[in-house]
Design a protein around this ligand. Structure first.
Ligand SMILES: [Fe+2]
Length: 410
């Protein structure tokens, strides 16, 4: 039996006694119930965008990531482009709503936040996890008070019917889905009519040709981690909730005091490579905004959450270790992409001595998501150097949407 409580703890962030006690209880019960055994890694990520935006986002992802365009699933309310690297890494399901006036619960989650509302449909929805016995997993989770969309509502929401989907989390507003797949079988989404759209294919080829021409196609690796921002008071609950819904374990938390923020990491219990099942990271302010006026501390993380709502902030892609033309690979990749007009929020931070180098792109104009690139040197296993995270968190606070809204709010 898998044991989710045997892993070494990293980080220096002090958790509450409540968290430490319930972390052990949650993991112990999850292991004992068989859920840890039945739930596998991340099979797919679901991203929604506005009408007309998915084609250019495919071009952008095709340049900046190793993803390939596979097919489009044409269903009544959406076009869903399936992007895939191979069966060893999660797919991306990129959903474009067909009608700008379409309303559903996911749009409502955007519409109550000042910057989120500017793009009604653009949001990262969540992950689909592999499940060996999907209905048993869902029944067990429902017995533990986790809520799922009934099949009829899934059809109404126009989502694949072979995926069980949780209701959005009250802490992260992300969903968690479960789907089955035979060992060595390929992923199949029972959804709409399967077609290859020439405009999407052309955008994909344009991105990939550019990637090859720039000489970066062999340097960008699959997703390393997914970082969600939540309200300060929800940090521990968001971690416990994700650990209950997944088979991940708690790796540890780093206190980024400079930025009044912490970075909290969970990783897959089978110790698969991140490329197979990315780490899930939760970032939260140390103190809620309502007491900021007392100490005047920076607050980029909570400002983001107040502007967009709790949601995914960035997807981090690994960059192959090494150097090309006298530059670290990450600098070679960033310089090449920046020369094509794609902006980054800062220069690469970190060094070989610190173990890794990282950077944030500007938020995509198509999805609002930031892409992080991260190069680890040698056998460095960590997720960040503390100074890096402080600089990245600060830079993310300069992101246009966050800045604009801070001005409006003041
Ligand atoms: Fe990150």
């Amino acid at each position: 039996m898998l044991n989710s409580r045997l892993f070494p703890r990293f980080g220096d962030k002090q958790n509450s006694e409540f968290f430490e006690t319930y972390l052990q209880r949650v993991l112990e019960e999850r292991d004992r119930s068989g859920l840890t055994e039945m739930i596998g890694g991340i099979e797919a990520l679901i991203i929604n965008v506005e009408p007309g935006n998915s084609i250019e986002y495919v071009a952008e992802l095709s340049l900046m990531t190793p993803y390939h365009y596979l097919v489009t699933l044409d269903s009544p309310k959406h076009l869903t482009h399936v992007l895939r690297i191979d069966m060893n890494s999660p797919d991306i399901l990129l959903r474009e709503v067909k009608d700008a006036d379409y309303h559903d619960i996911f749009r409502s989650l955007n519409d109550i936040y000042p910057i989120g509302a500017r793009r009604h449909h653009s949001r990262y929805m969540g992950e689909i996890l592999l499940a060996s016995h999907r209905h048993e997993v869902v029944a067990l989770q429902q017995a533990r008070e986790f809520r799922f969309f009934p099949v009829g509502q899934l059809a109404e929401l126009d989502l694949p019917i072979n995926v069980s989907l949780s209701k959005p989390s009250p802490y992260t507003q992300n969903v968690v889905g479960y789907m089955e797949r035979p060992a060595d079988g390929i992923r199949v989404y029972q959804h709409g009519e399967c077609t290859i759209l020439s405009a999407v294919q052309a955008a994909y080829e344009r991105g990939k040709e550019m990637q090859t021409r720039l000489g970066i196609d062999d340097l960008i690796l699959p997703i390393d981690h997914l970082a969600t921002r939540v309200y300060s008071q929800n940090r521990e609950a968001a971690l416990l909730e994700y650990l209950s819904l997944s088979s991940y374990y708690y790796w540890g938390s780093y206190d980024i005091k400079d930025q009044n923020s912490s970075t909290n990491v969970t990783k897959n219990v089978r110790q698969a490579l991140e490329s197979a099942s990315p780490a899930k990271v939760f970032t939260a302010n140390n103190l809620p905004y309502c007491v900021n006026h007392l100490d005047g501390l920076p607050s980029p993380t909570e400002t983001f959450v107040r502007n967009y709502g709790p949601r995914l902030h960035h997807m981090a892609l690994a960059v192959r270790d090494g150097q090309r033309k006298g530059k670290e690979h990450i600098d070679f990749v960033v310089d090449a992409i920046a020369a094509q007009g794609k902006g980054f929020l800062l220069d690469t931070v970190g060094s070989r001595e610190e173990g890794l180098k990282q950077i944030f792109s500007q938020a995509s104009e198509f999805s609002s998501l930031i892409i992080e690139c991260v190069q680890r040197f040698g056998d460095f296993q960590g997720f960040f150097a503390r100074d890096n995270v402080a600089l990245l968190t600060f830079a993310a606070g300069l992101e246009e949407g966050v800045q604009n809204s801070s001005l409006q709010m003041n």
